[in-house]
Design a protein around this ligand. Structure first.
Ligand SMILES: [Zn+2]
Length: 231
């Protein structure tokens, strides 16, 4: 990490590790102080990834000081990196952290509760590849993708939850250009997620306007919008 990885937040080349077993995170950038946690494994990452204490995760989320997450997938035989991606910390909401069963009474840390991070609940724009299928992505493209969603940091947890859900809807349509009706098709799903909200359609429009104002997508004409594409 120290030798080869740049900081996706500032582009700086100085990522250093915290002392071993630091409860805070694994690495930090000496230029911008951004903090990173690293999870690595041989098999590619599926729908979820094992993470540390559920309680700690939730506390850090509530305090808004959770680290960004690097995910490294390697090939031991070839001694090479297959995939390396980063999930920016502003994509973390309570909804993507699942509580595991407490450890059994016979375990050394009986009763301890771990967590899973549900990768499939994170929008595509929250999984930024630095190496994909063995090939490094251009640094400018990584920094640009990181910057594109930084506006989420200014939002509270609840506001962020709505924005992330609407981002997922827009992305799952699978086209760069779509229309309001395509997003309205997710009305039932959003209503189930937010049973307290009686005005899902206006809420959807409000989120789309917000995403337009922050440059995540463009309105091309009334009811039609376009996702900003990767450069
Ligand atoms: Zn940095």
């Amino acid at each position: 990490m120290g030798d080869q990885v740049f900081c996706p937040n500032c582009g700086g080349e100085k990522i250093r590790s915290f002392p071993n077993n630091s409860p805070v995170a694994d690495f930090f950038c000496t230029s911008c102080n951004e903090e990173y946690e690293l999870k690595s494994q041989k098999s590619s990452f599926g729908r979820k990834v094992l993470d540390g204490s559920f309680k700690t995760k939730c506390e850090r989320l509530a305090a808004n000081n959770n680290p960004n997450l690097f995910l490294l997938n390697y090939d031991l035989k070839e001694r090479s990196v297959v995939n390396f991606l980063v999930v920016p910390k502003h994509f973390f909401v309570r909804d993507i952290i699942a509580e595991r069963k407490p450890l059994a009474a016979a375990a050394r840390r009986a009763g301890w509760i771990g967590s899973h991070i549900l990768l499939d609940r994170i929008p595509k724009s929250g999984k930024i590849f630095i190496v994909r299928a063995g090939l490094p992505e251009p640094k400018e493209s990584v920094l640009e993708k990181w910057n594109r969603t930084l506006f989420l940091r200014d939002q509270g947890l609840e506001a962020r939850g709505w924005l992330l859900e609407v981002m997922k809807c827009v992305e799952s349509i699978g086209r760069l250009e779509s229309q309001l009706d395509d997003v309205y098709a997710f009305e039932d799903r959003l209503a189930r997620l937010y049973p307290g909200n009686q005005n899902v359609r206006p809420k959807i429009r409000q989120q789309l306007q917000f995403l337009r104002d922050r440059g995540y997508l463009d309105f091309v004409s009334r009811g039609y919008y376009r996702l900003r594409s990767d450069r």
